[in-house]
Design a binder for this molecule. Structure first.
Ligand SMILES: [Zn+2]
Ligand SMILES: [Zn+2]
Length: 328
């Protein structure tokens, strides 16, 4: 099979050909038809997450068809369309795993990081962490649901019942979360890179009640803010924009350092929380919810061999919606 592989963080991915492999017990072999390009991939490629000392095939928003099934797999059939998300394996025994918090498992393995991902023609996955995908979406349209959608959904849950919701960074996750939040009757305040009028217009088209620069003061105090942009200085900015009792949710896996700030902007029972990974319950809930909203994904597709270009465009903030590698 062909795959785009990262040999050393900080370098470009290389197109390689390698053995496809066969599924072991509990695993399935999946022929990839689309794989989303997530900001986490960029953090791995740029060396902002710990290097693992081995080549990585990135990609954890995988949609494909089951091509082969290992023994002890009962839930899936050959040719069935399935999705593979970031959470690829957990121990099932630790305190986190046994209390509904498998997203925090210390021994968890993640797709496209510890496990080979979907920047490839085929991928092998543990079937217990794969999901049937909702109808009504093409493979490429469905791919961003698997991380931008799932992590966004988990972040939205952390925002509680906030009526006025701020969203900092209007990329792949925000464009999905905004639709869900509007569906739930919330007001949306979208914050973008200063001067990014295109992203602000995109936010308004998706239902944002207000859109402006991340440095701006919103017209009303926020009940909660979700930060998708990996920019630590946005944390005090979001605290300042948030009303007493409000929550600032940091939704990315990596963020630049948060500058020091006066206690008074946290005072008043404001909270800062982070969102880590996803649970399989998040996936089941969100994949059922998405078609009822209905969430509509805006995508830009690239062939597998142009993964580096997709990553570069994402790094520069020049993707509207979500970037997706399309293989079939
Ligand atoms: Zn565990
Ligand atoms: Zn992701």
């Amino acid at each position: 099979m062909r795959a785009m592989q990262l040999a050393v963080p900080g370098e470009l991915l290389q197109l390689i050909t390698r053995y496809t492999g066969t599924p072991e017990a509990g695993q399935i072999l999946v022929r990839v038809s689309a794989c989303g390009v997530c900001r986490t991939d960029l953090h791995i490629v740029d060396g902002e997450l710990p290097a693992l000392g081995q080549p990585v095939i990135p990609g954890h928003e995988i949609v494909g068809r089951v091509a082969a099934i290992g023994v002890d797999v009962e839930d899936f059939q050959i040719d069935q369309r399935i999705g593979i998300p970031w959470l690829g394996w957990t121990c099932g025994r630790c305190d986190y795993c046994t209390t509904g918090r498998e997203n925090l498992c210390d021994d968890a393995k993640f797709t496209g990081y510890q496990l080979d991902g979907g920047y490839a023609e085929y991928v092998i996955a543990d079937s217990r962490y794969c999901f049937a995908m909702p109808d009504g979406y093409s493979d490429a349209e469905a791919a961003p649901l698997l991380c931008a959608g799932l992590i966004g959904y988990r972040a939205l849950g952390m925002a509680g019942d906030a009526r006025r919701l701020g969203i900092y960074g209007f990329g792949a996750a925000a464009h999905i979360v905004a639709q869900v939040a509007k569906f739930q009757g919330r007001r949306i305040y979208a914050f973008t890179r200063p001067g990014d009028l295109e992203a602000q217009q995109f936010a308004r088209e998706l239902g944002a009640d207000w859109a402006g620069d991340s440095t701006a003061t919103p017209p009303a105090p926020l009940d909660a803010a979700i930060l998708f942009a990996p920019v630590g200085s946005l944390v005090p900015a979001a605290l300042r924009a948030t009303a007493k009792g409000g929550t600032v949710v940091c939704a990315g896996i990596h963020m630049s350092d948060i500058p020091s700030f006066p206690y008074e902007i946290l005072w008043g029972e404001r909270r800062i929380v982070s969102v880590a990974n996803l649970t399989r319950r998040d996936a089941t809930e969100f994949l059922a919810l998405a078609p009822t909203v209905p969430v509509i994904t805006t995508i830009e597709t690239f062939p597998l061999a142009r993964a580096n270009e997709a990553l570069a465009r994402l790094r520069e903030g020049r993707i509207t919606g979500a970037a997706v590698l399309q293989l079939a």
